[in-house]
Design a protein around this ligand. Structure first.
Ligand SMILES: [Zn+2]
Length: 454
């Protein structure tokens, strides 16, 4: 555990959190860019970054030799979020309970998976997550401290992505149809069992947030996210840069909005829900592919067989109706479609946005873009990690409450052991290189600011 840094007179409460969040979301980033984007003065940024480095939350690197320079000063140091501060991102599915250790810089450091023969109960899911974490919390036998140090991580909390509605107030799963859970406490028993702070949320709400931070909705403040997966269609909405939660946390259930008067009865009890009218399994059956093989589905759709196209037409129409309703409610800039809906979008292209435009008020869709999701299978891992980091990002001093964990030994990047433990090396696409210079003379603003690509 790191020592507590000396208090800095320049650090107003909340500014350290602003810097940490910025580097977490936009990093790696030069210190000059931190100054520019926060609007803080240079000496304050210097002190705050130093404070966060002392806490082990950020790392500063001298820019590589040969970095572009304006000739008026030394290149600005590059600031990165820590790779050893992690959140446990939990996903509960009908056939597996998984825990990924995701670092503050977005790197997935380890994956722990426990396959399930049948959908786990909430109690079983809690026990499984706790057991998986016990495996990495126990000091590894017969290992010298020095050897373990490169694999030592600090775990700050747990985030759980639930395929169902979750009451934000206490992390109780109100209804998860495919797991068969009704009113199941989840966050509280998991916190009791692990001693760690736990936040649970609807999977698509977390997916929306993850796509906004690092996917197709990057930097977009108003977006609608729809994901078509094994558990039907989940939805999430970001409005004004914040996740739309609602009174209980149930907002964004676009899969159960009404799209067809003579529709099929849904498991939710209603008739004509988007999720029954635009169904992955129905489309896959028409195309003759396995429901979870999206590559095969894309290939089958590309054949353009008339009987498959009829199903595509119906599903596109249902989707356009749901989007019409969502768009008139929240006026998004971007609609992000994931899972089989992304495959459908790739197949029909502008037909979706054209169908939405044809039934929208003038002006409503002028700026609208409908795009496929970018994060793929890891979208929920990143979303769940994000919710687990929330308290730390608000109060960096909380890092002192983190618990020590050790990466599983004897696994190579990408390799899965018999125990189902997979350790991965850096997986993020942090290929962005910031090349920027900061003058070391006394100016609050650097001479050259923008060389960063996003
Ligand atoms: Zn429904």
């Amino acid at each position: 555990m790191t020592s507590t840094p000396a208090p800095t007179a320049v650090a107003a409460p909340g500014n350290a959190a602003r810097v940490l969040r910025l580097v977490h979301e936009a990093g790696p980033i030069t210190r000059a860019e931190v100054t520019r984007r926060t609007g803080l003065n240079r000496s304050t940024t210097l002190a705050l970054v130093g404070e966060l480095v002392d806490l082990g939350l950020l790392r500063e690197e001298r820019p590589a030799a040969g970095s572009p320079s304006t000739g008026v000063g030394r290149p600005s140091p590059l600031v990165r979020a820590a790779t050893d501060v992690v959140a446990a991102a939990v996903t509960v599915e009908i056939d597996a309970v998984s825990v990924a250790l995701v670092a503050l810089d977005g790197t997935v450091r380890a994956r722990l998976v426990e396959p399930q023969d049948r959908p786990p109960t909430a109690t079983e899911a809690v026990a499984t997550v706790a057991a998986l974490l016990d495996r990495v919390r126990r000091p590894q036998d017969g290992e010298a401290d020095g050897a373990a140090s490169s694999r030592s991580l600090r775990l700050v909390g747990i985030g759980v992505a639930v395929p169902g509605t979750v009451r934000v107030e206490d992390g109780t799963v109100q209804y998860a149809p495919h797991l068969g859970w009704h009113d199941e406490p989840l966050a509280a028993p998991l916190a009791d069992r692990t001693g760690l702070p736990v936040r649970a949320a609807n999977d698509a709400n977390l997916g929306a947030w993850a796509e906004r931070l690092g996917g197709s909705g990057r930097g977009v403040d108003d977006l609608v996210y729809l994901n078509g997966g094994a558990s039907g269609i989940g939805g999430g909405v970001i409005t004004g840069g914040r996740p739309l939660s609602g009174a209980d946390g149930y907002a964004g259930e676009l899969g159960h909005t009404f799209v067809a008067a003579n529709g099929i009865r849904c498991h939710c009890g209603a008739v004509g829900c988007l999720e029954t009218e635009a169904s992955r399994d129905v489309l896959a059956a028409a195309a003759g592919t396995r429901p979870d093989d999206l590559d095969a589905l894309a290939a089958a759709l590309a054949e353009g067989r008339p009987e498959v196209e009829r199903v595509v037409e119906r599903q596109v129409a249902a989707l356009a109706t749901a989007l019409r309703n969502a768009i008139h409610t929240v006026n998004p800039e971007v609609v992000v479609l994931g899972g089989f809906l992304g495959v459908l979008l790739d197949h029909v292209g502008d037909r979706i946005v054209d169908a939405v435009r044809a039934q929208s008020m003038q002006g409503m869709t002028d700026r609208l873009r409908v795009v496929p999701a970018a994060l793929g299978a890891d979208v929920l891992v990143h979303g769940a990690a994000e919710v687990a980091f929330r308290d730390l990002l608000r109060d960096p001093a909380r890092i002192t409450h983190a618990v020590a964990v050790t990466l599983p030994a004897a696994t190579l990047p990408g390799q899965t052991t018999a125990a189902g433990t997979e350790t991965t090396a850096a997986e993020t696409d942090t290929g962005t290189t910031a090349a920027e210079t900061e003058t070391e003379t006394e100016h609050d603003r650097p001479a050259v600011e923008e060389a960063r690509t996003t």
